[in-house]
Design a protein around this ligand. Sequence first.
Ligand SMILES: [Zn+2]
Length: 489
Amino acid sequence: MKKCFIVLAVLFLLPFALVGCTKKEEKLSSYDITLSYDDESKILSGKEEISYINSSDNLLSELHFHLYPNAFRENAKNKVVSLSNRDKAYPNGESFGSIEIDNVQDENGEVAFSVAGEDENILIVPLATGIYPDESVKISITFKVKLANINHRLGYGDNVINFGNFYPIACVYEDGKGFCESLYHSNGDPFYSDAANYQVSVTFSNSFTLASSGEVISQKEENGNKIVSLKLNKARDFAFCLSKKFVIAEKEVKGTKISYYGYEGDNNLSSCIEISKAAVEYFSNTFGEYPYKTLAIVKTNFVHGGMEYPSLVMISDTCQSQEEEDYVIVHEIAHQWWYAVVGNDEYNHAWQDESLAEYSTLMFFENRGDKTNDYQSLIKNATANYKFFVDIYTNVLGEVDTSMDRPLNKFETEPEYVSLTYTKGTIMYHTLREMVGKRKFEKALKNYYEDYKFKNPAPEELIASFSKSTGHNLEGFFTSWLGGTVVVV
Ligand SMILES: [Zn+2]
């Protein structure tokens, strides 16, 4: 550590040259999705009309879409949960799901689409005429999603049905790389998408209560069904949940309706909605305004602690204490800033949003003066946990790779992924704040948020942004932490 920090101190003192960069204001694609859920067959039928805008610098002759529900197939290459989480994810035995594409049309009629990718995970839609940069094309996709009985982002559990990553969503096109088509992975959130405008209508039995991304535009009842129309602009995804057990607590923060969905009989609704409101207030004040009109915090059947979507977060109903649930709620809400608004390639650079969401959680508890989730104790625990991970791996394997910036499939185990992406990331940002001071650190977060709203900055852009805001060249700092040369003692 000593050697490392001497190097860091030298790098830290180097003057930083500002690099100018002008970005054009991007128009957003839009998704207009009409859905109908049949609870008996556990099938969600959908029709999605996409107005796709080519925001790349290349002529595109086809479009690629992720088919994430196909990761739940029986023969999928990558399991959606690791072996150690199998029993928790499938309490009623293994179960499978999938997505079937019925039909694809463009403005001229039916299109000969294909389902491809390494694991039937990509829908390829050829375009009759290519689309030039800034031009748009309209595509319509009809599909059916079969749900697995699984406590996951997509699937039905004993209490709640989760609809996350359920529809064909356009792959991000990167100039020089093409469409980004990463496979699903049990580690992390293997997703990457551009911000878009959403209009979604969902029909379901009126015995359910809906918790959803977006604000309700209209709702009606017809033949025992509810039909709810929702809208969400500038969002990189859309998700919803259905349950017969939901009870709702609501609060408002600066025109945003915050709703906590718990289960009938829960006696902690007021503390859950209170901490949710406090988190939105703190992050809005510290990083920048929350941009959406609603935020749903949804207790649900979920194998991990929680999951984030724009204006909706899932919180596992297996949290063991209020302290744990509070922590998960705050972490997932922090993702509204780091993932939902400022996006990134979560498959190849998972640390980018996870480390920030995790450290933001600690900042929240520090600001609150929380005694149970105390900042100094959390840092101490993170350091002890990280060192324990390094010791164990060194003793068992003889060596340990502590690099953070790698694709999800390059982490051998879940503990390795968590130790490097969350725990080491927390220590990294704590160290950075100690170095530059709280004022400059928070200014850096504010500027990063403002400059990259609704975009997908690469790691180099995060580093350049932090360097610019703090007035110090932080390339050496980040490179040594991300690359694994820093030794934490
Ligand atoms: Zn997270």
